[in-house]
Design a protein around this ligand. Sequence first.
Ligand SMILES: Cc1cc2nc3c(=O)[nH]c(=O)nc-3n(C[C@H](O)[C@H](O)[C@H](O)COP(=O)(O)O)c2cc1C
Ligand SMILES: [Fe+2]
Ligand SMILES: [Fe+2]
Length: 428
Amino acid sequence: MTDQRMPYPDIVGNQQAVALSERVFWIGALDPNLRTFDIILKTANGTTYNAYLVRGSEGVAVIDTVKEGFSDEFFARLESVADYSEIKAIVLNHLEPDHTGALPELMRRAPQARLYISQKAQSMLKALLKQDELNYTPVLTNDTVNIGDRTLQFLHTPYLHWPDTQCTFLVEEKILFSGDVFGCHFCDNRLFNDLAGDFRFSFEYYYAHIMRPFKEYVIKALKLIDPLQPKLIAPTHGPILRDQPLRYIQRYHQLSRPSLSIKGPQGEKTLLIFYISSYGNTRRMAEAVYEGAMSIQGIRASLYDMEGGEVAPFVDLIEDADALILGTPTINGDSVKPIWDLLSSLTVVNLKNKLGGVFGSYGWTGEAVRLVEDRLRGLKLRVPIPGMRIKLIPNEEEILECKQFGEDLAKELMGLRKPKVIDFTELT
Ligand SMILES: Cc1cc2nc3c(=O)[nH]c(=O)nc-3n(C[C@H](O)[C@H](O)[C@H](O)COP(=O)(O)O)c2cc1C
Ligand SMILES: [Fe+2]
Ligand SMILES: [Fe+2]
């Protein structure tokens, strides 16, 4: 029995454009053998670099290009539906090299074409092309460009997932060229979501690694996208979403909400303490910090031992928490792998302005506390109270200091801590 759902025999071999409508074509490239993308993503199913061409009554627009090594495929598909002399506009939704690799050559072949990029892309474009004299127009939300009877309308959607990113809407056909938004790394020569294999994992995985750190910007972008009610979404990677495209927008709405459901009473602040300890010294400190934090009304504190080494389950919790406090001994001049693993897994969430704090026991040099503090600051947490170090086993007095440290962090979190007044006589 022949499979009725496979209307595109061998688009890898024939290198023809694929029609999305009478006037809109896919002119991208397939990369089935890619196994890692941007270092951070696994691509077990390869990917596609989707570029598009729109034919208006007064010229042609090209939307995005492909990774450099795939230029031949892109140009072959482009030439199958248009002449270079017809190209009036080149729209770049995102300047990452997987979409701009073929741009310099396209500009050579279509020197008359004007580039349309987001306002934020201007300095990047210059850095990318290493040219000062460029024929481009920066655009913002609701700016439009006409190619006769076809209108491209721009949506400013920064940080999805670079500062320069934008989406482009083909008004007459209600097609959203969404850039990396709604995209995924999934290579299937049947191209359309109703024909391709099950790419749900890739869609979620892409969101989790690429879009999740920018949830607040996803929410802003969805406000612009919702009213458009696109009939088709054409992203730069993975299947073209022509069957029930609004479901993918809905899914982005869900994914941009907090990951955990039931939060505590209103006004309550959550403070998480993660520690690790070889001889129990940092653990004793952690318990005292915990006790101190809990003594402040409105604080919900929790204590976790990282000895299990597992970090993934904590990422959602930390994303939703108000404060992240870490306890680490110094081992060979550094903190230890479970702490670094935890911290490196946090690049997928937004930590800006959460409260941070660090403490730990040490033997002689005690570098770990400062190194972890620096890392927390690097991740944009606020670290208002200097890290606390105790040499070897904490005595009773030091345990009280740890309690005070926890109390101070909790007060800071509740906005109860008075600014410290420095007495100049202390400085002399
Ligand atoms: C293998 C090893 C390496 C260590 N390296 C350092 C070091 O470089 N600098 C330092 O200040 N302390 C070092 N220490 C001492 C520990 O930081 C100290 O014993 C600390 O109290 C351990 O706290 P914990 O019981 O919470 O693990 C080292 C300890 C061990 C076992
Ligand atoms: Fe990208
Ligand atoms: Fe991309």
